[in-house]
Design a protein around this ligand. Structure first.
Ligand code: C5P
Length: 289
């Protein structure tokens, strides 16, 4: 095998609490991460010439700042056996939206390289390499539904029997993740008074009860992003008016997800959001990727 296509699935957060700040500036968190069907596509080909040739259609830098290049570098540093690759990225996941698009691409790149390399590494080893690239990369390698702790790299599988169709919408510019964490630092200090309580949500998800889950979805970032990005609240209100059972900002925003009972309702909400000038996508939660 010398060429393959690998989907890079976006994530949303169903629950997210920051519980501490480390001396290196990273934050401890407790979060329920969920893969969704919205995905980028990577086409990765093994080529004669050494190095990484990346084509993003001009929408992203192709230098070391690109997480795909960083993933390849980290992979070959660990394997010690570099080979040449040409990579084409078709971007679908909105950028700087809190949906893990860059991490998903890095994860897909690691998985693709490993396949082209005869499955040199186990999934756990790929996650170790992924953790050196970004906090969300290990989750994006494994996917599905996970309760993540630490900076996001300590993962436990979670049963998610919730049904429903998702609409994800974004209004306005991207949000810088470090700046969003900075806002939380200002509000919560050392986070000593914060306790994470995902248990009720987890049991509602296990039972498949959206009614029980509805009041338990949580994202601490909403408290600091909604006041400076009123569009987040506007999108949530629009979704609720269109019949969403629950809505929540994902990650550090500004993307917002809403869960709907039927495809028809979700499609109508998406159309209304598009008509209001927002970006909007229909997708599904994925129990495995
Ligand atoms: O790991 P990643 O590059 O995705 O993180 C982007 C930025 O988000 C980090 O530089 C850091 O400022 C912040 N971050 C954090 N704590 C985490 C994850 C990310 O402070 N657990």
């Amino acid at each position: 095998m010398s060429v393959l296509s690998m989907k890079a699935y976006a994530k949303i957060n169903l629950y997210l609490t920051v519980t501490g700040k480390r001396p290196n500036g990273y934050h401890d968190l407790v979060t329920v991460m969920q893969s969704v069907s919205l995905a980028d596509m990577l086409t990765v080909e093994r080529v004669e010439e050494q190095g990484i040739l990346l084509d993003t259609g001009g929408i992203l830098p192709t230098d070391e700042s690109n997480l795909i290049c960083r993933a390849a570098k980290a992979y070959f540093a660990r394997s010690g056996k570099p080979f040449g690759v040409s990579v084409r990225l078709q971007k679908e996941i909105p950028m700087q939206a809190g949906m893990g698009g860059g991490s998903a691409d890095a994860a897909a790149m690691l998985k693709a390289l490993n396949l082209l390399d005869g499955n040199r590494f186990t999934e756990a080893e790929l996650c170790e390499i992924g953790a050196t690239i970004g906090a969300d990369v290990p989750f994006c390698i494994v996917g599905g539904t996970r309760l993540c702790r630490g900076i996001g790299e300590i993962m436990e599988p979670v049963k998610n029997r919730l049904d429903g169709v998702l609409v994800v919408a974004i209004g306005g510019e991207g949000v810088s993740t470090p700046a969003a964490f900075g806002e939380l630092d200002r509000k919560y200090g050392d986070f000593a008074n914060v306790t994470a309580t995902p248990a009720t949500l987890l049991s509602a998800m296990g039972e498949g009860s959206i009614t029980a889950a509805t009041g338990c979805f949580y994202n601490m970032f909403e408290e600091v992003i909604m006041p400076i990005r009123p569009v987040v609240g506007e999108i949530k209100d629009m979704m609720l008016k269109k019949g969403a059972l629950a809505t929540m900002m994902s990650g550090s925003g500004p993307s917002v997800w809403g869960i709907f009972s039927t495809e028809k309702e979700a499609a109508a909400a998406k159309d209304a959001l598009l008509a209001a000038g927002h970006r909007a996508y229909l997708c599904k939660m994925m129990n495995e990727i």
